[in-house]
Design a protein around this ligand. Structure first.
Ligand code: SF4
Length: 410
């Protein structure tokens, strides 16, 4: 595995979890670029991603590490089928792992114990931060609010460009985990003033039981539930999840089966099905497409994708074209040229999509929200910082057109 500069680590020695940004570190671009330090200063809030130690009162990071390493709690999975000889089939995601007794599925966090299938990460997140909701990214959900964000280890895909691979491709025993039952998540989220709980950083499907239990409590507490997901989940658990989920940002990582197979060890078609289900279930939906040079930056394929989105999900589905920075197993590639992102934005707008964003390029025009009717700018952004907002009751403050999203608290 090619390794370059060491990753940033938080108080616990964990890799700093991130969504889709590494501004200014690499890549040549004529676009006015920001160094990472400048960008963070500009955003102001990014490094206020407070670590769990602050929330849960560990006196020193080392105390928390010693106390929590290897902590594993179990919970019976509601989605598996017993097979002959004590084997089981996991029915949570389209991978449908067949797992013999004593073994785990590909996501590493589910284990067959005597013919029953268990989650091994219930109540044991490895990453907890308070992030601006714009970082998820959600641009149509309570702008300028903070989201109490968490993840456990594990993932059901194996993307070669994963930004959080040190936790997504780990087992529970490999990393320090916190002991945070759902009730404690809610009380700490309320204390921090967050307006939502975000299930993010890795694929939240793999900590499904934990997520849904937190979600029920969050609803009662008046907090929104939001997730950033790869959409690689089976229809039945997804429909159940939609009962509590207010908003989902789904990675549409590419638009060919080849891309999903070769770069993610996954499949595209189940993701497309999931997107339709989110729409049918009326969960607010945004999409993220991380644009990787030479891998998924073909403009004609991007056009096909946009046409599909408009037809199947609607023209008012926001999409974020996000800039790639070289990391993990794709370190030899260049960063995405800003010109490519600008072209993709034009293609998407020409295809009829109404809310098209450019991510990881602070200062780009594609960070703002424009009203598709009167074309005026209604939400101004730079990085994760929100400036002027011209919305009135969820409508354009100039012409009155309704703008899709969640604009008032739960
Ligand atoms: S959730 Fe995990 S164990 Fe279940 S099918 Fe998917 S990868 Fe396999």
């Amino acid at each position: 595995m090619a390794l370059g500069k060491p990753m940033e680590r938080d108080l616990f020695g964990h890799p700093v979890t991130r969504d889709d940004w590494r501004p200014g570190e690499t890549g040549a671009s004529s676009f006015p670029d920001f160094s990472r330090r400048q960008f963070l200063r500009l955003c102001g809030v990014s490094l206020c991603a407070l670590s769990a130690a602050q929330y849960f009162g560990f006196p020193k990071a080392s105390d928390a590490q010693i106390a929590k390493k290897g902590l594993i709690k179990t919970k019976l999975s509601p989605f598996f089928t017993p097979l002959e000889g004590g084997e089981i089939r996991c029915d949570l995601c389209p991978r449908s792992c067949r797992v013999p007794k004593g073994k785990r599925g590909l996501c590493r966090v589910r284990e067959n114990r005597d013919g029953k299938y268990y989650s091994l990460v219930y109540g044991n997140p490895c990453a907890i931060h308070v992030d601006p909701i714009e970082k998820k990214p959600f641009f149509h959900v309570l702008p300028s609010t903070e989201s109490f964000s968490l993840a456990t280890v594990g993932c059901n895909l194996q993307c070669k460009f994963c930004q959080n691979w040190e936790i997504s491709q780990a087992s529970p025993e490999d990393i320090y985990n916190y002991d945070v039952p759902p009730e404690l998540v809610i009380s700490k989220a309320k204390e921090t003033g967050a307006r939502s709980i975000a299930y993010t950083y890795v694929e939240p499907t793999i900590f499904y039981e934990y997520m849904t239990d937190i979600g029920q409590l969050a609803k009662k507490a008046g907090l929104l539930n939001v997730c950033h997901s790869n959409g690689f989940i089976n229809p039945e658990p997804l429909r159940n999840l939609c009962k509590m989920m207010n908003a989902a940002n789904i990675d549409l990582k590419g638009f060919t089966e080849t891309f999903y197979r070769d770069l993610c060890n996954g499949e595209l078609s189940p993701v497309l099905e999931s997107l339709k289900i989110y729409k049918q279930e009326k969960v607010h939906l945004e999409l993220t497409n991380l644009v990787i040079p030479t891998k998924n930056d073909d403009l004609s394929v991007a056009n096909e994708m946009c046409v599909w989105i408009k037809k199947e999900l609607g023209p008012d589905t926001p999409i974020h074209f996000s800039r790639f920075y070289p990391l993990y197993r794709l370190r030899t590639l260049e960063s995405t040229p800003v010109s490519t992102l600008t072209k993709l934005r034009s293609i998407a707008l020409s295809a009829g999509l109404e809310y098209v964003y450019v991510g990881n390029v602070p200062g780009h025009e594609g960070e703002h929200t424009f009203c598709p009717k009167c074309k005026k700018r209604i939400i101004q952004r730079t990085g994760y910082m929100v400036g002027e907002v011209r919305l009135k009751g969820g409508k354009c403050g100039y012409c009155g057109k309704p703008i899709p999203g969640i604009w008032t608290p739960a």
